[in-house]
Design a binder for this molecule. Structure first.
Ligand SMILES: [Fe+2]
Length: 575
């Protein structure tokens, strides 16, 4: 009988669902926020009412199903107990409009009740599986397995990496115990090396810095601190204070007691309120301390578990500025970070763990370079909309859509570009992207004013043909998932000002035909017209919303924003 592994991230933030088949092939992986169009989908079930249709689409209904959960059973039960007792958890923060909860203000009764209710989903499968059973998938053919949270991160980082052997390091906000976990990956097996138990958490530290800078980490606004940091400078008093939060003893990282840590946060808040600390300087200093601690932790890990290769995951690896510094500043020679290093990725990690548990020692197969694992817009849907909606200015360019689009981009048009399956992870990598010409100085402001409506200090990313990486970036490293930020060479910065951040860097995506043939062809066409081998690439969404999911979402953004062109497959709509 066939077996499918249904990975579920049931974390309170970034729930997600993944499907792996009996051959270990990844059939589907997607964060719940996309389907619901609800940013980060806090407290939502990953196996919601959509699951039966996904099972019908991807699985044989007569198969067996293994549900793989991304937390230990103990953690799930313990978390529920804590929530029912009204003791703090991240869930409460999501459900409270009272921003003071971040510094341990007692929660309201309402918050506690919502918290307990939300947490109760942890130790059962959600409505999706209930519906599935009613629709003819008998309960007797399901089994449930729980896996350690950081092992799920490690499984994604290891099994999707290009490495046969690697050291694997997880740096997270929290796990079943601590927030750092170390593994060794070889011959298809992941062995634990060490797990830190204690208060040291780079994820928690950065979330608190995000709050202090006036942004909301529960909405994933850590990126804003990273984008804002280059506008400030190092504040030495703040630096000393932040550096005191983490210490290293015998290759292990240690944090302060919660009480002392809270005192530091209050002191920083006081400095901000009294005007003796500038917010941009705090962002800059906090980012620098984050990078220094991360690099020191990686160097220590090398002593413990040396290898040429390093696979990393955990929410902290979304910090592309710090990730871009690792290869240059540590003994590891190659770094791999998956496209979904945060908790959405653990759905796929859990599914892969369940698969490899049933197939011990089996080689993971070729999974590197394909982050395109989510939903696609069916052709029949496009044809239906064309027929019913009578869309004006619609054209069909089978086989030549990339040349037509490149021409319009070179004329300064803003293009919504949809191809194939959606990316798994928070970044648009050429299948759900808004694209523009990187040459005009004012293009960044144009996109912000006409489409994205977001803060002007946030940079836009370049997607560059891999073969031109050395020409444009110092110490060029491949970055297929926009996982690292590198410095543009001085001599090219004025060629592409719309994608050069104020400190001369760019969070690049390196594009190869083998990763994404159509996107590669588009950038090549643009290069042929302009001599520039890169495009400005930003996610196809508006501020505060997830990346678009359906054709209706795309049309809605297109007709309510300043986008000039919408491309879906080989179809093009122009305003
Ligand atoms: Fe995590």
């Amino acid at each position: 009988m066939k077996v499918y592994y249904i990975g579920l991230s049931v974390s309170t933030h970034d729930p997600a669902l993944a499907i792996v088949d009996q051959d270990g092939t990844i059939l589907f992986a997607e964060a719940t926020e996309r389907h619901l169009q609800y940013k980060r989908a806090p407290n939502c079930e990953p196996d919601n009412e959509r699951l039966p249709s996904l099972l019908k689409e991807y699985c044989d209904p007569d198969a067996e199903f293994v549900a793989a959960i991304n937390w230990r059973k103990f953690s799930v039960r313990f978390s529920r107990l804590l929530c029912q007792l009204g003791i703090t958890s991240a869930t409460a923060i999501f459900n409270s409009s009272d921003t003071d909860v971040r510094f341990n203000t007692p929660y309201s009764l309402r918050t506690k009740m919502i918290n307990a209710f939300a947490a109760s989903m942890y130790d059962r499968l959600g409505v999706g599986f209930t519906y599935a059973m009613k629709l003819g998938f008998p309960r007797s053919r399901y089994s449930i397995r729980h896996f350690p949270h950081h092992l799920c991160h490690a499984a994604l980082a290891s099994y999707t990496s290009p490495f046969d052997e690697a050291s694997c390091m997880i740096v997270d906000g929290a796990g079943d115990f601590g927030s750092f976990a170390y593994y060794r990956y070889r011959e298809g097996k992941i062995e634990p090396v060490a797990e830190h138990k204690g208060f040291a958490s780079l994820g928690r530290y950065y979330a608190d810095m995000t709050w202090l800078c006036g942004f909301n980490p529960d909405k994933g606004e850590e990126w804003k601190v990273m984008g804002y940091a280059p506008y400030g400078s190092l504040d030495s008093r703040c630096y000393e204070l932040l550096k005191s939060i983490f210490t290293f003893r015998r290759s292990r990282i240690h944090g302060l007691s919660n009480k002392t840590y809270q005192e530091i946060l209050r002191k920083l808040q006081h400095w901000l309120d009294s005007g003796t600390l500038d917010t941009a300087n705090l962002a800059h200093t906090a980012q620098q301390v984050f990078s220094e601690i991360l690099i020191e932790a990686v160097r220590n890990f090398y002593q413990l578990c040396p290898s040429q290769n390093l696979a990393m995951a955990g929410g902290c690896l979304l910090n592309s500025s710090a990730a871009g510094m690792i290869e240059e500043n540590t003994p590891f020679q190659k770094l791999y970070v998956p496209s979904a290093p945060a908790d959405d990725g653990t759905a796929l990690g859990a599914a892969l763990l369940a698969y490899h548990e049933n197939h011990p020692g089996k080689a993971p197969g070729k999974r590197f370079g394909n982050p395109y694992l989510g939903s696609k817009i069916p052709r029949v849907k496009m044809e239906q909309v064309i027929r019913i909606a009578a869309i004006p200015n619609l054209e069909h360019f089978p086989g030549t859509i990339h040349t037509e689009t490149a021409r319009l981009l070179s004329e300064g048009k803003l293009v919504g570009w949809i191809q194939g399956k959606a990316e798994f992870g928070p970044r648009s990598l050429g299948n759900r992207s808004i694209l523009a010409d990187p040459r005009p100085e004012g293009m960044k402001d144009t996109i912000n004013a006409r489409v994205k409506f977001r803060e002007e200090f946030r940079p836009f990313a370049p997607s560059i043909l891999h073969e031109f990486g050395q020409e444009y970036f110092e110490n060029y490293q491949e970055s297929p998932y926009m996982e690292r930020t590198l410095k543009f060479k001085n001599e090219v910065q004025n060629k592409v000002p719309a994608v050069v951040h104020v400190n001369g860097t760019g969070r690049l995506q390196t594009v190869k035909a083998e990763y994404n043939e159509k996107f590669h062809a588009l950038i090549r066409s643009f290069h042929g017209l302009t001599g520039i081998p890169l495009l400005l690439n930003t996610s196809f969404n508006v501020m505060g919303k997830p990346i678009i999911h359906s054709l209706e979402d795309a049309l809605s953004v297109f007709y309510t924003s300043g986008l000039d062109v919408l491309v879906v497959g080989d179809y093009m709509i122009r305003k």
